[in-house]
Ligand binder design. Structure first.
Ligand code: FAD
Length: 547
């Protein structure tokens, strides 16, 4: 009989319940009970992965692995358990005599090199020095960072997504990243005939339900840690927890570190991403707005090891970000050196860069509570007071955004009034501004001033919006503004300059003075003579706009 009845447990509870069961026969009995009962996909995967893990342990006792039974990815994992050159040479011979896969041979040879290297290291006597002894010239040498440089020839899998929460909800960018991660890993698995997963990481107070929700947004596995001391983001414990999860074996995984990591480019996400990636001894491409995975050919000898040689790097995450203050896009790659792996390949993602998928309540996955004790030392910085700021302005959910720029300069208060009136004429619209307004030294009258604040700025350093209709009045279309609005469904620009850059990415361009055009639009909308939104949608309502 099975030592536990899986139907007594939700999928979230099952992971912890199985934690102490290592006997393969007992696990198989639980699997049978699940399959005869509710047969939940997530539960079956969880139990099977445990069976696989402990079957592998058992077979290890009887001798080295047969590479013919393994995919290259499985071989990579299995090799980590072989520590002697003779065992590894036997596997190498078997592979050469069998399928003779280049990638498999390379993996085994690398493992042999690494084992041979560590044997040699054992004979060297090394004296552990404290950071203070090592760096006497520094006032504050840090003992905090745990280097993982020794992780050579590691195994990497999966895309991990840090899902930030606020006030008991997943924030939008967390869902957007999950959707993108799903899309990337589906394509990746197809191309590489692999089964790598999207792993959502949720940390906070009472976050089990939110972890469960990440499955509905595209995660295969949700890994969470909850503690009431983590109600608000705290730099040190959040970093330590993420890094610990990324390095610790768990039932769903047997690899050294995530292959890819994504974080939100929010205030907290920026803070966390930099620290986690440094802790894992890798790099970070911050504030990205485009991601894709592709192989890439590199000739830089720092990366190839040989001047004049090309090397193909596979499975490279291309991380696109607006750079040089937004005047161009750079693509950042995180590539290994010949003797040094840089993993995870990590990026932080600008909110609004990707579309959030709809919640699929039918999707199943594995929810796992990470088990560890919070180290009191991680909590040594105590937040003794906090203040909730007046809620900011969220322009991302309006159907229409009316944005004003420096073109209002001749009469700034009147220009803002016109923008507000136009927004009022729509059912669901609000007012945004370019940075030119936020940083300009205009003398606004009090009743419009609140509309000119940074919280309404659209662009690279403001909000990223994609409404159905974006009306830009007196905005030139600098790249830093463009990245915040060019995903809008329909863009209407009003500008006196027929050569203004914004024309290049507008659907409708009205050449004219906003002080004349906006009143006409307002009265036409209020009189019901013009349905600008229907027109923008492609309807045939009469209107004044000129292309
Ligand atoms: C690091 C960095 C980050 C930045 N981040 C952002 C950001 O997030 N968002 C942002 O917007 N900018 C940002 N900027 C600033 C950006 O480079 C531009 O300076 C800014 O967008 C220009 O604002 P504007 O279009 O309102 O003004 P301008 O570039 O001065 O354009 C005014 C436009 O109004 C037109 N005009 C003049 N009079 C009228 C009239 N009566 N009727 C109609 N049209 C008229 C003009 O022809 C002109 O095209 C950033 C810059 C840097 C360096």
């Amino acid at each position: 009989m099975a030592p536990l009845d899986p139907s007594d447990h939700t999928i979230a509870e099952l992971g912890p319940a199985l934690k102490d069961i290592e006997d393969v026969t007992a696990l198989e009995a639980i699997l049978n009970a699940e399959q005869d009962g509710e047969n939940r996909k997530g539960a079956v995967t969880l139990i099977e992965s445990r069976i696989e893990k402990f079957s592998a342990d058992e077979s290890d006792e009887t001798g080295p692995i047969d590479p013919g039974d393994c995919s290259v990815a499985e071989l990579g994992n299995a090799l980590q358990d072989l520590d002697t050159e003779s065992e590894l040479n036997a596997v190498l011979d078997a592979e050469r005599a069998g399928e003779e896969r280049d990638s498999a041979i390379r993996l085994i040879e690398n493992r042999i090199d690494s084992v041979a290297g560590s044997d040699a290291d054992e004979h060297e006597t090394t004296t552990e020095q404290s950071p203070a002894e090592k760096h006497p010239e520094l006032d504050h040498p840090t003992a905090d960072k745990r280097h993982v440089r020794a992780l050579d020839d590691g195994t990497y899998r999966d895309m991990w997504v840090y899902c930030e929460t606020q006030a008991g909800q997943l924030i939008d960018v967390s869902k957007e990243m999950l959707g993108k991660a799903r899309e990337l890993m589906d394509a990746y698995n197809d191309e590489h005939n692999a089964d790598e997963q999207v792993v959502a990481v949720v940390i906070g107070d009472s976050v089990a339900d939110l972890a469960e929700a990440t499955i509905g947004y595209g995660a295969d596995v949700a890994l969470y840690y909850e503690d009431d001391r983590l109600e608000r983001f705290r730099h040190k414990p959040y970093t330590e927890l993420f890094a610990e999860m990324a390095r610790t074996d768990a039932a769903f995984r047997a690899y050294d570190e995530p292959r890819y990591t994504l974080f939100p480019a929010t205030n907290n996400g920026r803070d966390l991403s930099a620290q986690v990636q440094a802790e894992l001894d890798s790099g970070l491409a911050s504030d990205c707005s485009g991601l894709y995975i592709e192989e890439t050919i590199i000739s830089n000898p720092v990366k190839t090891g040989q001047p004049g040689e090309n090397k193909t790097f596979k499975r490279v995450l291309h991380m696109k970000r607006p750079d040089f203050s937004g005047f161009e896009y750079s693509t950042i790659l995180c590539l290994d050196n010949p003797a040094r792996a840089f993993h995870p390949q990590g990026a932080s993602v600008i909110p609004g860069s990707f579309e959030a998928p709809a919640l699929d309540t039918e999707r199943t996955g594995t929810v796992i509570e990470h088990e560890t004790e919070l180290d009191e030392d991680w909590l040594r910085v105590d937040v003794i007071e906090h203040e909730r700021l007046d809620s900011g302005v969220d322009l991302t959910s309006n159907e229409v955004v009316v944005a004003l720029g420096r073109g209002i300069g001749d009469n700034p208060t009147r220009g803002m009034e016109l923008g507000i009136e136009l927004a009022d004429a729509f059912a669901d619209a609000d007012v945004g501004v370019s940075r030119g307004i936020v940083t300009g030294s205009y003398d606004f009258e009090g009743h419009v001033e609140e509309y000119t604040q940074e919280e309404r700025q659209i662009g690279e350093t403001g909000q990223v919006v994609a409404p159905e209709l974006y009306i830009a009045a007196g905005i030139s279309g600098a790249i830093q503004h463009k990245v915040g609005m060019d995903e809008s469904e329909t863009i209407v620009a009003i500008n006196t300059d027929p050569d203004a850059r914004i024309r290049d990415f507008s659907d409708y361009f009205i050449e004219g003075d906003l002080f004349e055009v906006l009143p006409q639009l307002i009265s036409a909308l209020n009189a019901g003579e013009l349905d600008l939104k229907a027109r923008a949608d492609g309807g045939d309502t009469d209107g004044d706009s000129n292309e």
